[in-house]
Ligand binder design. Structure first.
Ligand SMILES: NC(=O)C1=CN([C@@H]2O[C@H](COP(=O)(O)OP(=O)(O)OC[C@H]3O[C@@H](n4cnc5c(N)ncnc54)[C@H](OP(=O)(O)O)[C@@H]3O)[C@@H](O)[C@H]2O)C=CC1
Ligand SMILES: O=C1O[C@H](COP(=O)(O)O)[C@@H](O)[C@H](O)[C@H]1O
Length: 506
């Protein structure tokens, strides 16, 4: 349990409402916050403390894993929350903020620890850091940590500028860059499965693995986020961060210790080994770029991206991208990693599929059924689990070989109420554990890789795909060229939707 004052910049925004406040409530209910903490919500619009706590209540009712069941329980939680109206560009406001922070620090016996959570547009990160220093907030007796949201820049150049501004005030070790996929249970489980089992590590290389497929598919469209997304697109929004991070976790060498810096060092080696594209022709041959047209998703008619209210009607921004990525090192030489993500696809799912090579000179190959390759599948969300597909004799047959599944469904056992990524990440930042946050060198290398793709893409090559389909046909060809195909997600045929969601804990 760590005592701290949590200062949430952007407290009236979408992220705070949907993710951060519910995470605080879960941490409180699980006694991970203790009683020695205070939360200050900060944004420009005026709010009384009562209004702020009402907003808090609503957000928890709507989005939290735990529901508020008793008034006393709510009161004892809500008394830790205060609101202050503050314009980030006004340094005088930060002097008042220091007074409020000191007062709450003393009231809740916090001991000078401060966690600054920037749920803000990145353009404001530099000003906040500067004004925190000017306002004297960083002179407290305890630690001062900065948690920042993605996107961390638009490209390498802007990320470097942003980083330099923040580093004028905070040391790298006190900067916690969020990639919320790293907070997901099953992403964290990949390392455990790889490094705590005898039977995977010997096979985890180019001798036995044919390819690895990473899918992050969403059914939602751009919603009201066009202002940000139309400028960013799928490559920057999901590729530079979540997808490359998952790829690095799949590909990294075992760290010598499970220490944050050792783990991050191993991921950096993977980023350094990514085969960068040298020419436009290489980019075109290895990537696919799409934008959704109108169509039907989960039985609902939906409009085209360009017809969305918050989007430029002539937009050439991609809402889908796929790529064939190579990690040029001893372990992975020659093994393609296929990654794809898109909005308005048929199902919401995140899965990592490891396709193994077939056994050599297989005695069953002459039989009438072609052998399916072994698959190991990490189901990250919304379903959580591990699925292993292997071949076995069909009972009662004369030796017919059929694929069978060993299916560990984590969410079936503990429900879909495993901790939300944001709970884990806020808790880790408060404990000073940076394992599941991205270090600057990882971010910079990921931008370098992505920038080359973005530079060669231009507006050319954008392919429209119908909402509710699996994206442009070229994404299928990308694998077909190598003799592979995308495996159906959720172990089901494409188009079928799987899992029940949402169980409420009381
Ligand atoms: N929403 C999401 O699901 C996700 C968001 N993110 C990232 O989190 C960050 C926040 O996103 P989101 O919550 O959606 O954005 P919103 O636009 O919903 O909220 C922005 C917040 O910033 C405040 N703000 C803006 N300008 C100022 C200022 N000058 N001074 C003080 N406060 C200011 C706004 O309050 P007010 O207008 O009252 O000042 C508001 O509370 C972004 O970087 C986004 O990319 C990342 C992943 C997911
Ligand atoms: O970071 C982002 O992630 C979400 C998808 O997150 P998930 O946890 O729901 O899978 C995506 O919708 C958004 O565009 C992106 O900014």
């Amino acid at each position: 349990m760590t005592s701290a004052v949590y200062l949430i910049f952007g407290a009236t925004g979408d992220l705070a409402r949907r993710k951060l406040f519910p995470a605080f409530y879960s941490l409180y209910r699980e006694r991970k916050l203790g009683d020695r903490f205070a939360v200050i919500g900060l944004a420009r619009r005026p709010r009384t403390n009562e209004q702020f706590r009402d907003d808090l209540h609503q957000s928890i009712e709507e989005f939290a894993r735990y529901k508020v069941t008793k008034d006393e329980q709510w009161d004892s939680f809500a008394e830790h929350f205060q609101y202050m109206s503050l314009d980030i560009n006004n340094v005088d406001g930060f002097k008042q903020l220091r007074e409020l922070t000191d007062t709450l620090d003393a009231k809740f016996d916090v001991g000078g620890n401060r966690l600054y959570y920037l749920a803000l547009a990145p353009e404001l990160f530099g000003s906040v850091s500067h004004n925190l220093k000017e306002g004297g907030l960083l002179e407290s007796a305890g630690w001062n940590r900065l948690v920042i949201e993605k996107p961390f820049g638009y490209d390498l150049q802007s990320a470097e500028k942003l980083n330099a501004e923040i580093r004028q005030v905070f040391e790298e070790q006190d900067i916690y860059r969020i990639d919320h996929y790293l907070g997901k249970e099953m992403v964290q489980n990949i390392n455990v499965v790889r490094f705590a089992n005898a039977f995977f590590e010997p096979l985890w290389n180019n001798k036995y693995i044919a390819n690895i497929q990473i899918t992050l598919s969403e059914t939602v469209g751009v919603e009201e986020r066009g202002g940000y997304y139309d400028h960013s697109g799928a490559l920057r929004d999901m590729g530079q961060n979540h997808m490359l991070q998952m790829l690095a976790i799949m590909a990294m060498e075992p760290p010598s210790r499970m220490h944050p810096e050792d783990i991050r060092d191993e991921k950096v080696k993977v980023f350094r080994s990514l085969r960068g594209f040298q020419t436009g022709a290489e980019v075109r041959a290895n990537t696919v770029r799409g934008q959704y047209a109108g169509g039907t998703v989960k039985g609902q008619q939906v409009r085209a991206y360009r017809d969305e209210d918050s989007v430029n009607p002539e937009s050439t921004t991609e809402t889908y991208f796929a790529a064939r990525v190579f990690v040029d090192n001893f372990r992975w030489a020659g093994v393609p990693f296929y990654i794809r993500t898109g909005k308005r696809l048929p199902v919401k799912t995140t899965e990592v599929v490891v396709e193994f090579k077939n056994v050599p000179d297989n005695v069953y190959l002459s039989r009438k059924h072609k052998l399916e390759p072994n698959l190991l599948v990490f189901r990250v969300n919304p379903m959580e689990g591990i699925y292993f597909k292997m071949n076995a004799k069909q009972p009662g047959s004369e030796g017919t070989v059929v694929p069978v599944a060993m299916d560990f469904c984590q969410s079936c056992q503990v429900g879909l109420n495993t901790p939300e990524a944001y709970e884990r990440l806020i808790y880790d930042a408060a404990r000073g554990d940076s394992t599941y946050f991205t270090r600057w060198d990882e971010v910079a290398l990921a931008w370098k890789y992505v920038d080359k793709i973005a530079a060669e893409w231009g507006a050319d090559g954008l392919q429209l795909y119908g909402a509710g389909t699996w994206g442009p046909e070229k994404a299928q060809q990308l694998l077909a060229e190598d003799g592979f195909r995308w495996w159906p997600v959720n172990g089901q045929d494409e188009g079928e939707v799987a899992w029940e969601t949402g169980r409420t804990l009381t």
